[in-house]
Design a binder for this molecule. Structure first.
Ligand code: ZN
Length: 340
């Protein structure tokens, strides 16, 4: 009898250890983002994917080393993730069908609002979150640059928020060429993410980030004749995935410049254009709920200094949680959750 009990206990213990091991391994793998180094057949793919209890909207499909993957967005929270397609029940749909299916979600409301704000040559798309928020969403653009990453942004952010908001949320709009030319800076940022100091929403900022010194805005940036928008969007995402970054559902136009046609081209990729109502280097003052824009690529130190001054002026409010940083996805989600 004793030995039987002992055997049963051992079995229970082994079972317990195995379950613990599985949980630990899955936690580790979900934290460390995979580097997809052999992506093939990367394409826009629309539809619904379901894995109980969550519905997902499919943005992309691709293969990597013999496995088939989706890039998915949660239409309620606007968070994205990459996962194997075999884990889901799937209903492929056209873009129009997909958007109708998810019509009542914050994602669809945000993307249609961005389309409605598409006429202006500069600053189309979503430019602010909820005015009731006492704080801002910070976005820093990483346009191609020969200068080093402006690390002051991150060190100041971490110092100011370490006791009240850790990890501190920031959206980084990253261009393909910046990623190629700044491997060490990118690794440094990833270390800050892995050590739980910052939480990054990776925003597509186009691949080549075309810009001309002399051309008028209507023929500049992605409006330059000959721009291949499919290349600009998809190659940036592929390079993000290769570097272990999960592309978000957001897009930031280089120079914040676009026209209506270009906005619709971008929303056809399922991406939400993000503008800014507070480009600090241009003297625009942030309000509650602002989407603040600074440049992290070393080319706009004035904006970074303004941001550091802003943080220092809020030290007391930050310490008492009266002034916080909002994750871009959460901020946009809040803005579109209540207007049913
Ligand atoms: Zn830029």
């Amino acid at each position: 009898m004793d030995s039987f009990l002992c055997e049963e206990n051992m079995k229970t213990l082994i079972k317990f250890l195995l379950v613990t091991l599985v949980v630990c391994v899955s936690t580790i793998t979900s934290r460390a983002q995979q580097n997809f180094i052999n992506i093939t057949n990367y394409r826009v793919y629309c539809g619904w994917a379901h894995n109980y209890p969550q519905d997902w909207l499919i943005l992309r499909r691709f293969e990597n080393q013999g496995k088939d993957y989706f890039l998915l967005v949660n239409p309620q929270t606007l968070q994205t993730k990459v996962n194997e397609s075999s884990f889901y029940q799937v209903k492929p749909m056209t873009l129009t069908q997909t958007r109708t299916f998810f019509k009542k979600t914050p994602y669809e409301k945000a993307i249609s609002k961005a389309e409605k704000q598409s006429v202006a040559i500069q600053d189309a798309g979503i430019e602010r979150g909820m005015p009731s928020e006492t704080g801002i969403s910070l976005t820093a653009d990483l346009c191609p640059s020969h200068r080093m990453l402006d690390r002051r942004i991150f060190t100041t952010l971490i110092n100011e928020f370490q006791k009240v908001e850790r990890p501190a949320p920031i959206a980084l709009s990253v261009s393909g060429i910046w990623m190629l030319q700044h491997k060490q800076d990118l690794e440094w940022l990833k270390q800050l993410v892995n050590s739980g100091e910052i939480r990054v929403t990776w925003v597509n900022h186009s691949y080549t980030h075309r810009v001309s010194k002399n051309a008028p805005l209507k023929l500049n940036f992605l409006l330059e004749p000959g721009t291949n928008i499919t290349y600009e969007v998809l190659e940036t995402e592929k390079l993000m995935l290769k570097n272990g970054l999960v592309p978000s559902a957001f897009f930031r136009f280089p120079g914040l410049v676009s026209d209506q046609q270009l906005v619709y081209k971008v929303t056809d990729f399922g991406l939400i254009p993000i503008g800014s109502d507070a480009w600090l280097a241009k003297g625009q003052q942030p309000q509650a709920g602002s989407i603040v824009l600074i440049h992290g690529n070393g080319n706009e130190p004035v904006g970074v200094e303004d941001f550091i001054k802003l943080l220092h002026s809020k030290t007391k409010q930050i310490a008492s949680k009266q002034w916080l940083l909002y994750d871009l996805s959460e901020s946009v989600e809040d803005e579109f959750t209540d207007d049913k």
